[in-house]
Design a protein around this ligand. Structure first.
Ligand code: PHE
Ligand code: ZN
Length: 869
């Protein structure tokens, strides 16, 4: 049904036609929604061209050109396009009108692209190429038009009829129908189009912009959930204020609407004036949401809001430029979160995600530059690379030119390109002009893929008191990247040296690595320094720097930069895990316990200590060991955890109890995370196993006023990890309590899927039969299948291959239900290269099976072709 040949960045050419205005009339019906689209079209050049419109899964009813009905002989139509031959408008001068009437079936749309039903509501998702599932159109981001949208539906079932822009008309119609008409004055690509109809509860508020304009803020949620929208509203107002303060950017329409829906493929969507959100990123109260839910809601609300400028006002010329809006907007939302919370902890969490998942993507078969060059299914490129690495690239730019120049660059970017569809190069050019910095080499970050490897060596000369640091860089060499060039890489670092009184002092530097290999000399260095590299994680690279344990401990204790202190700890832990995977007799050092004890008694911020105590994840370490045995890796991490738990038991317990008391005194997120990481360790010991059960009971006994989901879930997670005796009872208690709360039941399914038990496969089969389980809801599908593959490495990587088989079987079903969800879930299977041969064979076996599926979607085909190549 869709195009089955890839598209290339190098093939870009501007559209032969422009559309200045679209007049849509949509009459909603579950099975037969009628769409009348009136297009005002002009030729964009002198040559004679066919007008080729995109359209998929739509039924054409009629077309007229300049009010003349066209007969079927006058146009061509197939599964993907409607072509009006050039002869039809060889005589037209200036603007001409095309009216297209189509029908679509929202109820059957389980792919959730285009117009679909989420529960009782109608809603749309058009990015990247969903508008073509609503009507025939020039579905490409560089075709920008103003839209008038008239929505018609039954008034009782759909009291709210929403679309982009401002409401300009409304009224009642015959037979219980009514209509609302919206006009969006900002020309936009159709991927930013949205339409929603439903019966919601509405939370309203307002925001006065810095120039004094009043904006109505409206959040629409399922009935009964009004109080759960408060946090989202607060977050929205914070985001609006922040963008004014930090970037001088104001909102531009009179109304900003957010709708929360339960059926959504992604997190949220920045449609102009009408964001559609996965309800997971809107709904929260202290009963049903965890601290990280609160954090994520704020971040996603901010992200979508920030898109209004970086994405909507200035958009992408073509989809290869996706990181233009996504990398930049992720960078902006990271800055915002860092300003709202602990910047150190926020940064650490960004880096954890990047290292565990983006590095794996970069090392796997779907590796691509942040600006891809070849795409079969665009939905496959909403990746950690485009988003997270894209944000790292923007951050490096910020580091290289400085905050002030960066702001100047942003101002210039909007001055030059407001209202336009542009490229990543245009963005960098604006930054370069504003900062007077040559960024030509920096642009290579957009075209080269893979995580650069940086090797470091050092020489200290006692006689001349000079310290030399030699850095060499290498990006991966592959068939599609034969000769990667040296990148422009900012390396922030600290030199740690004892001062005249013998106390450790530190000095910060920033180096610009631009050559394949480069030596940097520091003069007047009194003794050999200890070097803490990559402060703030100044570049998305892998570092090889042989530092002994003593140096790492010095960094942990004395570096100024909190990221460096945390990272040195991680390097140490990683080295222990690596040793344990190859050497059964390796004895972990007492020094580790001493430093954990020091940590636990330090005066640092609780959230930061919690991060320091958190071991590197399975995924992160897997990416650092060649052909690792997953079972050995699971065991190694467990061994290390138990060693720490035993050795630091007393302090862990003391900290746990202290935090438990503190936590109840106020809403202290950091204290809770410290408490819960202590619980993670303690529950591994038979002597303190019961703590998790106690914590669960305490959180649920109704005595604590804010019944705390963070604490309940942490307790269940610990119990699941050790498959505690109490787990079954707690899980059924939880299920009874929350069966009517969709988002909480997602958590319940996820915990169930992560239980470390021999019987997990029988258990998974039962869960698939649970009355509340459905593959049609992406959150639900991910909560069971995704959680198993991501959070239960021991059984996902079961040596019999049963875990892989389970995943593949679900993907096969999802291939026809929802290809996008199928394609996201396949990630852990295609990243087989990091595992030992026996596992690779088992994983590939499943991939081959999937490759043979009849009616394989483009989404899966693109990934399977790459994985099996
Ligand atoms: N553009 C959305 C965002 O990053 C993500 C998205 C992509 C949502 C495609 C839906 C479909 O905010
Ligand atoms: Zn985005």
């Amino acid at each position: 049904m869709t195009d089955s040949s890839p598209r290339f960045l190098s093939d870009y050419s501007p559209s032969d036609f422009n559309i200045s205005h679209v007049n849509l009339t949509v009459t909603l019906d579950d099975k037969n929604t009628q769409v009348v689209s009136e297009l005002l079209v002009t030729k964009a050049n002198e040559s004679l061209c066919d007008l080729v419109l995109n359209g998929e899964h739509v039924k054409l009813i009629s077309i007229t050109l300049e009010n003349q009905a066209l007969s079927a002989q006058q146009y061509e139509i197939n599964d993907t396009h409607l072509t009006l031959p050039s002869s039809l408008f060889s005589k037209t001068q200036g603007e001409f009108k095309v009216v297209i009437v189509t029908e679509v079936n929202p109820e059957e749309n389980t792919a959730l692209e285009g117009l679909f039903k989420s529960g009782e509501a109608f809603c749309t998702q058009c990015e990247a190429e969903g508008f073509r599932r609503i009507t025939y159109y020039l579905d490409r981001p560089d075709v920008m038009a103003t839209f008038t949208t008239k929505v018609i539906a039954n008034k009782v079932n759909y009291p709210y009829l929403l679309a982009n822009g401002n409401k300009i008309d409304s009224g009642d119609l015959a037979e219980g129908m009514h209509f609302v008409t919206w006009y969006d004055p900002f020309p936009k690509p159709c991927y930013l189009f949205a339409l929603v109809a439903g019966n919601f509860d509405l939370l309203t508020d307002s925001f006065t912009t810095s120039s004094g304009r009043e904006v109505n803020l409206e959040i629409f949620v399922d009935q009964g959930n009004l109080h759960k929208a408060e946090h989202a509203m607060t977050s929205l107002k914070k985001s609006m204020a922040w963008d004014e303060q930090v970037y001088g950017l104001e909102y531009d329409l009179d109304i900003y609407m957010i709708v929360a829906v339960d059926f959504f493929n992604m997190g949220a969507m920045e449609n102009k004036g009408l964001n559609v959100f996965n309800s997971k990123y809107v709904l929260a109260d202290s009963d049903c949401a965890t601290d990280s839910d609160y954090f994520n809601i704020e971040a996603v609300i901010a992200h979508e809001y920030f898109h209004n400028w970086t994405g909507n006002r200035v958009t992408c010329r073509d989809w290869f430029q996706l990181s233009l809006k996504e990398g930049l907007t992720v960078f902006r939302d990271q800055q915002f979160s860092a300003d709202m919370h602990s910047s150190a902890v926020t940064r650490i969490q960004n880096v954890r995600l990047l290292r565990a998942q983006q590095f794996a993507e970069d090392a796997g078969p779907m590796a691509h530059p942040i600006r891809p060059t070849k795409v079969l299914e665009m939905n496959n490129f909403y990746t950690l690379t485009v988003y997270e690495k894209g944000a790292e690239v923007i951050r490096m730019l910020h580091t290289l030119i400085g905050a002030e120049n960066f702001r100047k660059g942003m101002d210039l970017y909007f001055k030059r390109y407001d209202g336009m569809a542009v490229t990543c190069d245009d963005f960098i050019d604006a930054m370069s002009s504003a900062s007077a910095k040559d960024l030509s080499q920096f642009k290579l970050w957009y075209s080269q893929f893979g995580t650069p490897q940086i090797n470091v060596s050092e020489v200290y000369d006692t006689l001349t008191k000079t310290y030399q640091l030699t850095l060499s860089q290498q990006s991966p060499v592959t068939k599609s990247q034969l000769d990667p060039k040296a990148l422009h890489i900012p390396i922030k670092l600290e030199l740690l040296l004892p001062d005249s009184e013998g106390k450790m002092a530190s000095k910060s530097h920033m180096l610009e690595l631009t050559e394949q290999e480069q030596t940097f000399t520091f003069n007047d260095v009194t003794t050999k320094p200890i070097t803490a590299l990559l402060a703030d994680f100044s570049a998305p690279v892998k570092l090889t720097f042989e530092q002994d344990e003593q140096s790492l401990y010095t960094i942990i204790n004395h570096a100024q930069n909190s990221f460096c202190r945390w990272d040195a700890g991680q390097q140490l832990l990683i080295s222990y895990i690596k040793r344990l995977t190859i050497d059964n007799d390796f004895v972990l050092p007492q020094a580790l316990i001493n430093s954990i004890d020091t940590l636990l008694t330090s005066k640092n911020e609780h959230a930061f200590i919690a991060e320091q105590l958190q071991l590197p994840s399975f995924d992160e370490v897997a990416g650092l060991i060649d052909k690792v045995s997953p079972q050995r890796l699971v065991e190694a991490i467990k061994k290390l955890s138990i060693f720490i738990a035993k050795g630091a038991q007393e302090n862990l317990l003391r900290t746990y109890q202290y935090c438990q008391e503190q936590g109840r005194l106020g809403n202290n997120v950091g204290t809770r995370s410290l408490k819960n990481i202590c619980l993670q360790y303690l529950s591994l010991l038979t002597t303190s196993q019961s703590l998790a059960q106690k914590q669960y009971d305490l959180a649920n006994n109704g005595l604590v006023q804010n019944e705390n989901m963070t604490d309940s879930l942490a307790a269940l997670t610990c119990a699941a990890k050790i498959n505690a005796e109490s787990l079954t009872n707690q899980l059924s208690h939880f299920e009874n309590k929350w069966q009517d709360t969709t988002l909480v039941m997602d958590k319940w399914f996820a915990i169930n899927a992560s239980v470390e038990t021999e019987t997990i496969f029988e258990h998974l089969d039962q869960l698939m039969e649970h009355p509340l389980f459905t593959l049609k809801n992406p959150n639900r599908a991910r909560s069971l299948i995704g959680a198993f593959a991501m959070n239960n490495p021991k059984y996902f990587h079961c040596p019999t291959g049963r875990g892989y088989e389970f995943l593949a079987a679900q993907i096969a079903k999802l291939n026809t239900i929802n290809p996008q969800v199928a394609s996201r879930l396949i990630t852990p299977l295609i990243q087989f290269k990091s595992f030992e041969a026996s596992h690779q064979i088992l994983m590939k076996e499943q991939l081959v099976k999937l490759h043979n599926l009849p009616e394989l979607s483009n989404d899966l085909k693109e990934k399977l072709d790459a994985a099996l190549a």
